[in-house]
Design a protein around this ligand. Structure first.
Ligand code: NAI
Length: 335
């Protein structure tokens, strides 16, 4: 089975080629993203493989359905880029890879925190210029400080456990608290307002839903402790970027580390080093010395890429054989 694969990058290919080979799945790697404008490229395929910045809106899904596509295989956990209602109405099933390596993302969140706190990004650049001064590089001990984790699913839990290893006190918030796990770990759930008031570090680990959109806004930023750090490895839409920039300008926050951004499409995953950045908010964020941005690379480990390719390929093989999709991977069972 030939499967168009959108937004393909050199680091994806070896893992997908390896898992597809011998199983009858030939991935057709396209560097362009999937949208209504590019959907015609799926003609004749029963399934396509998409990623986080593809746009599977009503128009795109309509064209996919008209071309014969019956399965959208997302090679990611989040599915906010898909109009699920439209997919259901058009008879397109949507599957994802719900967990590939939660460790990869949790470890990246902690890497961002350590970098931000100990100013490694600044120190690295300085010493390369033979500037061995320590001015402006003072951090604080994480030991004894409080971390607030919003969202305690797979990634939030692992992040909490790593931070516990540093000797941090951990506060939690989730719509569906896992009290048994929290009690075992010695953690406490708290109302989100209390978490924001008390935490030296706030890390976001919820999916992007209508309820979590702009979870961090002018009102909630005002609740945060002076000089607290904010870490977001989940989805850019969790933060109102304008309000964040304002809080940074007012020196309310100690620092911000983002692996995700509100408008990643066309910027994240691309080399724009010879171009003019058109997103003024992103340019402003990059201009703060206490803001650290990575380009949605939380998932980027060998283990995670291999697992993403394995699960995606397995679902495509099952589609070809007319079998059920892997348990837990179906976002939208439309048939
Ligand atoms: P998960 O589904 O295991 O956990 C999400 C948690 O958020 C659940 O416990 C859920 O109850 C909670 N939640 C949902 N709505 C909420 C709300 N309104 N308020 C409070 N809590 C709420 O998901 P997992 O695997 O931990 O992933 C978390 C997010 O990380 C994903 O949704 C995805 O957006 C992001 N992610 C980012 C990656 C990256 O490369 N930076 C890679 C993989 C995931």
């Amino acid at each position: 089975m030939k499967v168009p694969f959108y937004d393909a990058k050199p680091y994806d290919r070896p893992f997908f080629v390896k898992h597809g080979e011998g199983q009858g799945i030939e991935y057709l790697f396209h560097e362009f993203r999937l949208s209504a404008e590019t959907a015609a490229s799926a003609a004749g395929s029963e399934a396509i493989c998409a990623f986080v910045n593809d746009t599977l809106d009503h128009a795109c899904l309509g064209r996919l359905a008209a071309s014969g596509v019956r399965l959208v295989a997302l090679r990611c956990a989040g599915f906010n880029q898909v109009d699920l209602k439209a997919a259901a109405a058009l008879g397109i099933r949507v599957v994802r890879v719900p967990a590939y390596s939660p460790h990869a993302v949790a470890e990246h969140a902690v890497a961002l925190l350590l970098t931000l706190n100990r100013k490694i990004h600044r120190a690295y650049n300085r010493v390369r210029e033979h500037n061995f001064s320590l001015n402006g590089l003072v951090g604080f001990d994480l030991h004894g400080r409080t971390a607030g984790l919003i969202g305690t699913g797979k990634i939030g839990k692992l992040t909490a456990q790593i931070l516990k290893g540093f000797g941090m006190e951990v506060l939690l918030f989730d719509l569906y608290p896992d009290e048994t796990w929290a009690a075992e770990q010695g953690f406490a759930y708290a109302p989100v307002e209390e978490l924001l008031r008390r935490s030296d570090v706030v890390s976001l680990h919820t999916p992007l839903t209508p309820e979590t959109h702009y979870l961090v806004n002018a009102r909630t930023l005002a609740m945060m402790k002076e000089n607290a750090y904010l870490i977001n490895t989940s989805r850019g839409g969790l933060i109102d970027t304008g309000a964040l920039i304002e809080a940074l300008k007012q020196k309310k926050l100690g620092g911000v580390a983002l692996d995700v951004y509100e408008i990643e499409e066309g910027v994240f995953f691309e080399d724009l080093s010879h171009d003019v950045l058109q997103d003024d908010d992103l340019a402003r964020l990059l201009g703060f010395p206490n803001v650290l941005v990575t380009s949605h690379q939380g998932f980027l480990t060998e283990e995670a890429l291999s697992e993403i390719a394995r699960v995606t390929t397995e679902n495509l093989v099952r589609l070809a054989k007319g079998e059920e999709m892997l348990p837990g991977t179906v976002v939208n069972p439309a048939n």
